[in-house]
Design a binder for this molecule. Structure first.
Ligand code: HEC
Length: 118
């Protein structure tokens, strides 16, 4: 391929990825973070059935349960930020940015919406 061809290809890739990011918006970022850091335990759809779940003594939370869905965003944010004592659920504050912590909460809510009356 010629040098010009390579430049054109590189430009196209940059343009395509940046418009993808804008079009998908915030939740897509939450999903990318979730799939990378959380799905191993919580499962891709948040049912607590990720590939690593079987070897944990404390099972990962299933976000679709009434118990989880009734929790406020603030409660979820606190668990993600500071972790849960005596559990494999570690603190994520400082490992991802504060904005990303909020995006993770938003994505969990998209998988399993807040339902206080369940
Ligand atoms: C090593 C496995 C593991 C990983 C990785 C993990 N979690 Fe957890 N998570 C758990 C376990 C286990 C619990 C349940 C702890 C308990 O009930 O004591 C939990 C609980 C939670 C809760 C509380 C839910 C509720 O209903 O109270 C939230 C929210 C949560 N995790 C979000 C996340 C997010 C977001 C990530 C990724 C940034 C993540 N977790 C990564 C294992 C994990």
């Amino acid at each position: 391929m010629t040098r010009n061809g390579i430049c054109l290809l590189a430009t196209l890739i940059i343009v395509m990825t940046s418009s993808w990011v804008t079009a998908q918006g915030r939740t897509a970022r939450g999903q990318v973070l979730y799939d990378e850091h959380c799905a191993g335990c919580h499962g891709l759809t948040g049912k607590g059935d990720g590939p690593n779940a079987a070897r944990l003594t404390v099972p990962p939370a299933n976000f679709h349960t009434a118990r989880s869905r009734a929790k406020t965003d603030f409660e979820l944010l606190t668990s993600i930020s500071y972790g849960i004592a005596f559990s494999p659920m570690h603190a994520w504050r400082g490992k991802v940015t504060d904005e990303e912590l909020l995006e993770l909460v938003r994505y969990i809510r998209e998988l399993a919406p807040f339902t206080p009356s369940l």
